[in-house]
Design a protein around this ligand. Structure first.
Ligand SMILES: Nc1ncnc2c1ncn2[C@@H]1O[C@H](COP(=O)(O)OP(=O)(O)OP(=O)(O)O)[C@@H](O)[C@H]1O
Length: 223
């Protein structure tokens, strides 16, 4: 029978698992994911975090963040079953809830999460398993990362340095220097090196659609 919907996209065997995308700040995660959401507006749902910070002008509750009060956030932490991971930055709390992921899955979309190192460790250690595919977006080298962070024009010298310090942590974690190494000797399931953005996008897209690809080797970082 001919397909009734010619725009139907075929998906692979891993499509039902959440996709956890990580990588140092400035590596190009947002750039790649933006393309993915633009190409497949109905296939994916981005996990919106909860936060105690105040909305910035133009931010919409439920779209950019779920804005909640500190007491509510703390009671969610206490329950032990609400958050998959949570962290605090400059006296505000941020977290990802199981409910958010489930809501996306129930809508038939693949849930995509963008989580940093501390969060990944919690996801891996949580008694409730999310069973995500861990995709690490890697820079080709540290210099490109520095160039992108400064080239983006969004950072002051101080915040670029902070992000760079965080980035070094991401790279060390990806190298397995911080534990969490799997039986196959890796920390993530698949690495995509974002050197040429077109090539990186094609690889990320394959993974996002649920297919297995051969991982790029992790470049050598002197960190
Ligand atoms: N392959 C690439 N080559 C050169 N520049 C790139 C490449 N991919 C992305 N960039 C540029 O690098 C900068 C950082 O990209 P982006 O904002 O997507 O990073 P990010 O990983 O989402 O960072 P953050 O975690 O801080 O949000 C942007 O200016 C983007 O246009």
């Amino acid at each position: 029978m001919a397909p009734t919907n010619t725009t139907e996209v075929e998906t692979g065997p891993q499509f039902h698992r959440p996709l956890l995308v990580s990588g140092p700040s400035g590596v190009g995660k947002s750039t790649l994911l933006k393309r993915l959401f633009a190409e497949y507006p109905d296939k994916f749902g981005f996990s919106v975090s909860h936060t105690t910070r105040s909305p910035r002008p133009g931010e919409v509750d439920g779209e950019h963040y779920h804005f909640i009060t500190k007491p509510t956030f703390l009671s969610h932490i206490d329950s032990g079953t609400f958050f998959i991971e949570h962290a605090s930055f400059s006296s505000n709390h941020y977290g990802t809830s199981f409910g958010t992921v489930k809501g996306i899955q129930d809508s038939g979309r693949r849930c995509i999460l963008d989580i940093e190192v501390q969060g990944i460790k919690q996801v891996k250690a949580h008694p409730i398993s999310l069973d995500p595919v861990y995709l690490f977006v890697s820079p080709p080298d540290v210099q490109s990362l520095k160039d992108r962070l400064t080239g983006r024009g969004t950072e002051t010298a101080e915040s670029a340095q902070k992000r760079l310090d965080m980035a070094i942590k991401e790279l060390r974690y990806a190298k397995g220097l911080d534990g969490d190494v799997k039986e196959d000797g890796r920390v993530h399931d698949v690495i995509v090196v974002n050197d040429k953005v077109e090539e990186a996008y094609e690889k990320l897209k394959r993974v996002a659609l649920g297919y297995h690809i051969e991982s790029d080797p992790l470049p050598h970082f002197d960190v």
